[in-house]
Each structure stands twice: as structure tokens, then as C-alpha cells.
Design a protein around this ligand. Structure first.
Ligand SMILES: Nc1ncnc2c1ncn2[C@@H]1O[C@H](COP(=O)(O)OP(=O)(O)OP(=O)(O)O)[C@@H](O)[C@H]1O
Ligand SMILES: N[C@@H](CCO)C(=O)O
Length: 321
């Protein structure tokens, strides 16, 4: 359960005293998520989410994340809006940890996304990219291609232990990325973790996006590649071309890909699989047995790496014929 910080009634009252949100009516921890402690807060003025930031999110990055959500929400994009207190400050402190109250977003994430929901998700991603245009803050992608070799060097033994021979295969992948990683693609603010658990739907329509804590400045097509990996693989490990076509078609209904972006999708998707494999492998080793949070399976992404390695053109079928 991802509630690492307990908040007492007195602490909550102390926090709410700075806001014009009225009296608290209900307050409870949310079990989902692995990074931060999230609480559902109901007050006389409505429903909110209180997020207490745990160690993975760097405090220095918080103004960027909160500024981005405020920017997107002001441009009409459905995402949590940080609520400012009476002095205009959204970033607060509880138990010595940074925290924020954001608006509650209605909708539910899809456990098994259909091709139709992939289309909706693709459209929601392009909308995010367009709504982010003009946002003046930037943040380098600290989990982008330039970071993978160092990350891998620390995990080489774990990779080999997972599957004998895997370390050498991954080294060959990394060499391919260093030699041919695309540059100069259209870019701006990307979500960088656009997975089904971070996208909400209502009545089968896209309803909004949460969890902007990996957002950064990078190529838009890299976000599409992350999404193709996260949304378009079946539980048996096969790539669902129909779902991929729909995701890209939904994306292109709002923002057509350039020829260069389309041509880059295979290497971007291969690289995006490396990113999530490496962070999952890291968390797998770093999570003590019996911990309340179950780490995500690195082997799922090892299989996706293998698919992209053996069929580099597969994601091109995601583009409309
Ligand atoms: N603004 C919001 N409106 C409604 N529900 C929300 C909101 N923010 C978070 N939630 C709920 O809290 C859960 C956890 O949130 P979130 O995914 O941001 O946590 P996390 O710990 O950062 O998770 P992750 O493992 O995805 O990084 C979500 O699955 C969702 O149910
Ligand atoms: N979406 C990430 C978890 C971090 O939010 C993963 O599936 O590995």
C-alpha cells in the first residue's frame, strides 16, 4: 500500500487552516501507486487529493511538476490542478515532507485497454503535447537515452542473474542506441510515464491524465513510443498491431507525426523498453522481501525489448496504412 506517511487529524487541520477549502469531511489513504503517499480528501468545497512526496521525487523538481499541471489545467487539459493556499502557495510541508493538494479527477483507468481505448489514449497524449506548448519551464529527461549506459553498468550483474547472456545482449542494444538515437525531432513537454494506470476514462472516452512526476522536455515521439509499449502488448507478450494503429491514429487526429518521427518510432520504442526495463530491474533489487509495495516485473520489459530487437519494424504498423 502506497501510504508511507500517516497524517493525524491535527496535522490535517493545521494544513487546511492555510486554505479556503472548508472543513474536512472525509480523509483516507489510497492504496494504489508506488511512489508517493496519496490521500483522498473531501471537504465542504469538494474532493481533492493530498499527495505527500516521498524520496523518489526530488524536491527541486516540484516547482516544475506543479507549474506544469497548473499550466495544462489553465489551458483546459484535464489533469490534477494544484490548489494554492491563501498566500498563493501550492507547495506545502507535512511531517517535514513536501506535499500538495490537487483537484480530484473523475474517471477510472483501464485494466485491460481495448483498441478503442488505445485510440482515446493516443488522442489524450497528443492533446497533452499541444496543451504543453508555451510552458516556459524545462526539465532534462534524467532517465533518457544518455542515462541508460550508466544505469546499466550498475545493474549488469542483476541482468545476468535474471537471464544468462542478457548483459551482453543489452550492451549491444545500448551500443545501437548510442550510435543511432534520433536527434532534432519535434519536442517539448512530455509525460514520459503515459501508462494505463495514469490515464482515466469515463464512458469509454478519455477523461484525463495524472502522475506528472516523470514529465520532462524531450521528443514528442518518444512519449508515443513509451505509450505503444505500455498500451499495445498483450499479456502473452505479443504486440497488438490493431491497438497500436488505433493509438497512433488517435494521436494523429490531434497532432500528425512528421515523416522523421514515424521513421524513428522503432528505435524509440526499443529504447523506451530499455528505460522501463532498467528502472524496474533497479527497483526489483532494491525492494526488500515482504515490503508492502510490490515492484513491477522487469521480465515484462525484457520480453518487450526482445520483440523490438527481433522485429524492429513492428511499431511502424502502428501508423495508419
Ligand atoms: N488527481 C487525482 N484524482 C483522482 N484520483 C487520483 C488523483 N491523483 C491520484 N489519484 C489516485 O491515486 C492513485 C495513485 O496516484 P499516482 O499514480 O499519482 O501515485 P504514485 O504513487 O505516484 O504512483 P505510480 O506508481 O503510478 O508512480 C491513482 O491510481 C488514483 O487512483
Ligand atoms: N510506469 C512505471 C512505474 C513508474 O510510475 C512502470 O510501469 O515501470
Amino acid at each position: 500500500m502506497a501510504v508511507y506517511t500517516d497524517i493525524t487529524d491535527e496535522e490535517l487541520a493545521g494544513l487546511l487552516a492555510d486554505f479556503d477549502l472548508g472543513q474536512p469531511l472525509a480523509f483516507k489513504g489510497i492504496a494504489e501507486g508506488v511512489e508517493n503517499s496519496n490521500f483522498l480528501l473531501e471537504t465542504e468545497t469538494g474532493r481533492y487529493i493530498l499527495t505527500v512526496y516521498e524520496k523518489r521525487v526530488k524536491a527541486d523538481d516540484l516547482p516544475y511538476f506543479l507549474g506544469l499541471m497548473q499550466w495544462l489545467a489553465r489551458r483546459g487539459y484535464p489533469c490534477p490542478t494544484p490548489i494554492a493556499d491563501r498566500s498563493g502557495e501550492a507547495l506545502k510541508t507535512l511531517r517535514g515532507k513536501p506535499c500538495v493538494i490537487v483537484s480530484f479527477l473523475s474517471g477510472l483507468s483501464a485494466r485491460r485497454p481495448t483498441a478503442a481505448l488505445c485510440r482515446e489514449a493516443g488522442e489524450g497524449l497528443a492533446w497533452l503535447h499541444l496543451a504543453g506548448e508555451g510552458f516556459s519551464m524545462t526539465r532534462p529527461n534524467d532517465l533518457g537515452q544518455a542515462a541508460w549506459a550508466l544505469l546499466f553498468s550498475r545493474l549488469k550483474d542483476q541482468a545476468e542473474a535474471l537471464k544468462p547472456g542478457l548483459a551482453a545482449t543489452l550492451e549491444a542494444d545500448l551500443a545501437k542506441f548510442s550510435a543511432g538515437w534520433p536527434t532534432g525531432l519535434p519536442g517539448g513537454t512530455i509525460h514520459a510515464d503515459y501508462f494505463p494506470d495514469n490515464v482515466f476514462f469515463q464512458s469509454q472516452r478519455f477523461a484525463g491524465t495524472i502522475d506528472f512526476y516523470f514529465a520532462c522536455t524531450d521528443a514528442y515521439a518518444y512519449d508515443v513510443a513509451v505509450a505503444l509499449n505500455a498500451w499495445c502488448f498483450e499479456p502473452d507478450g505479443s504486440f497488438n498491431i490493431t491497438a497500436a494503429r488505433q493509438l497512433v491514429a488517435g494521436y494523429e487526429s490531434r497532432r500528425p507525426l512528421t515523416e522523421a518521427e514515424r521513421a524513428a518510432l522503432p528505435i524509440l520504442a526499443h529504447g523506451a523498453a530499455m528505460r522501463f526495463f532498467l528502472t524496474r530491474l533497479h527497483d526489483w533489487g532494491a525492494t526488500p522481501a515482504g515490503a508492502l509495495v510490490r515492484p513491477k516485473d522487469p521480465l515484462e520489459y525484457e520480453r518487450k525489448l526482445a520483440v523490438h530487437r527481433s522485429s524492429p519494424d513492428l511499431v511502424l504498423f502502428g501508423a495508419p496504412a
